[in-house]
Ligand binder design. Structure first.
Ligand SMILES: *Cc1c(COP(=O)(O)O)cnc(C)c1O
Length: 397
C-alpha cells in the first residue's frame, strides 16, 4: 500500500460503482435513462472520479448534486453531460450556471425573474444562452417545490412563457419509497402523474424529462421509471433502508476503509481504557491502538460497540473512540502485530463490516456515515484491481 496512506485510507472500487449502475439499469425500462446522484462529494466517495467513470455510458442522462459549487467542480473536471441542482440555488451563481448549462431546480417565482435577469446580463456580455430548468413539485415531502395545484400550474405557465427559460424537466421526490408499504409512494406518484397530465391539457406542452424515482423506487417501484431515474445510495452499493428487498438488484459496496495497528500492549485486570474509563479490563488483555478517530468521521458512537477486522477476525472496540485514535481487543488474535492491516469497513475472508452495520451500531444513518468520512481520509480509486487515481484533500492547498 501507498506508504503515506498507512494511517487510514478509503478504497473506492470503480468497477463496483459501474456494476451497481448496470444492475439497476437492468431493472428499469429500456427507454429510461439514469442520473447519478453525487451530492456531498458522491456520498463521501468522491464525485469527480465517479462521474468520470459513469459519464461515457449511453444510459447515463447525467448527474445530480445539491449545490452550485458541487456542479462547478464537475464541469471544471471535464464532465459535460447534464448536471441538475436538486435544491434551492442562490442567485449569485445563476450567470455561471447558465453559461455552463447546469440545470437549476425552480419552484419560486423570484427564481424565474432572477434567471431572466442573469440571461439579460449575459446577453449584454455577448453570451446568448437560455437557462435550462427542471420544475420541482412537492407531492409529499413538504420540502421545496410547487404544489401540484392551480397555483403550481400558473408557475409552470410562467416558466413556459419566459423566452430566456427552457423547461427541460419536471420532478418530484418520494418521502417513503424505502418502506415495504408503498401506499404513500404510490399516492405521490399519482399526484405527480396527474399534475403532468394537467400541464399537458392546459398548456398543450410536453416537458421532455419527467423523473421521480430515487434508489428505493428504482428497485421496488417500476411504475415510477418515467424518462430518467435518480440513483443515489445504491450507486455506492449501499441500501436505502432495511425494508428494501435485497433480491431484486444485486449491489456491491464500493468503499472499504483501512488502517494499520500502530501499537500493541498488554494491560492487567483493573486497567481502564480511553477517556472516561468507560471500559475496565476484567482480566489480562492484549490491546491494539488504531490511529483513526471521529476526526476522520469514524463515529464516536461506536465507542464500546463497534469492531474492526484484523487477520479476518473481529476485534471489538474498547472504551471511547477518541478524535484520532481508538483501542481494540486483540487478545483473541495472537498473530496481530504492529503494522498489520486493520479493516474498518469491508470484507476479509468470511467476515465483513458494512456501512449499514456501522450506522446501526453508532446510531447514525448509513447515508450519514458515508457522507461523514472526513477530508483527512485519502481516497484511492481502483479499476480492474489497479489504482487509477488517489485523492488526498490535504495536498490541495
Ligand atoms: C438525494 C436525493 C436523491 C437520491 O436518493 P437515494 O435515496 O440516495 O437514491 C434523489 N432525489 C433527490 C431530490 C435527492 O435529494
Amino acid at each position: 500500500m501507498i506508504e503515506e496512506y498507512q494511517r487510514v485510507y478509503a478504497k473506492i472500487d470503480l468497477d463496483a460503482i459501474r456494476s451497481n449502475m448496470d444492475h439497476m439499469k437492468e431493472n428499469i425500462s429500456s427507454g429510461t435513462r439514469m442520473m447519478g446522484v453525487i451530492k456531498t462529494d458522491g456520498y463521501g466517495h468522491g464525485a469527480v472520479p465517479i462521474a468520470r467513470e459513469l459519464e461515457p455510458l449511453d444510459y447515463m442522462f447525467g448527474f445530480a448534486v445539491a449545490t452550485a459549487e458541487e456542479a462547478f467542480i464537475l464541469r471544471h473536471s471535464g464532465i459535460t453531460k447534464p448536471i441538475l441542482l436538486l435544491g434551492y440555488t442562490f442567485p449569485y451563481s445563476y450567470e455561471r450556471l447558465i453559461q455552463q448549462e447546469i440545470r437549476i431546480a425552480v419552484f419560486r417565482y423570484d427564481m424565474l425573474e432572477e434567471l431572466k435577469k442573469a440571461c439579460a446580463s449575459l446577453k449584454a456580455k455577448g453570451i446568448s444562452k437560455k437557462a435550462k430548468v427542471h420544475i420541482k413539485v412537492d407531492t409529499g415531502m413538504s420540502r421545496i417545490g410547487i404544489r401540484p395545484d392551480a397555483e403550481g400550474l400558473d408557475f409552470v405557465q410562467k416558466a413556459f412563457e419566459a423566452d430566456e427559460i427552457e423547461v427541460e424537466g419536471i420532478f418530484t421526490h418520494f418521502a417513503r419509497a424505502d418502506e415495504e408499504d408503498k401506499t404513500e409512494a404510490n399516492r405521490q406518484l399519482k399526484a405527480f402523474s396527474d399534475f403532468i397530465s394537467q400541464i399537458r391539457e392546459k398548456t398543450g406542452k410536453e416537458i421532455p424529462i419527467k423523473h421521480c424515482a430515487n434508489s428505493a423506487a428504482i428497485i421496488e417501484l417500476p411504475d415510477a421509471n418515467m424518462d430518467v431515474v435518480r440513483a443515489g445510495i445504491t450507486l455506492y452499493g449501499l441500501w436505502p433502508s432495511d425494508q428494501v428487498s435485497r433480491e431484486i438488484v444485486s449491489l456491491v459496496p464500493a468503499l472499504s476503509l483501512y488502517s494499520h495497528i500502530v501499537y500493541i500492549k498488554e494491560i492487567e485486570a483493573g486497567t481502564s481504557v480511553s477517556y472516561g474509563g468507560t471500559f475496565t479490563a476484567e482480566r489480562r488483555m492484549r490491546i491494539a491502538t488504531i490511529p483513526v478517530g471521529y476526526g476522520d468521521g469514524y463515529a464516536r458512537g461506536l465507542s464500546g460497540k463497534g469492531y474492526v477486522l484484523i487477520h479476518g477476525k473481529k476485534a471489538p472496540i474498547l472504551g471511547r473512540v477518541c478524535m484520532d485514535q481508538f483501542m481494540v481487543d486483540v487478545s483473541g488474535i495472537p498473530e496481530a502485530a504492529e503494522g498489520d492491516e486493520v479493516i474498518l469497513i469491508g470484507q476479509d475472508g468470511n467476515e465483513r463490516i458494512t456501512m449499514e452495520q456501522l450506522g446501526e451500531l453508532s446510531g447514525r444513518f448509513n447515508y450519514e456515515f458515508a457522507c461523514d468520512i472526513g477530508k483527512r481520509v485519502p481516497r484511492v480509486y481502483t479499476k480492474g484491481g489497479k489504482i487509477l487515481y488517489t485523492k488526498d484533500y490535504y495536498q490541495d492547498f
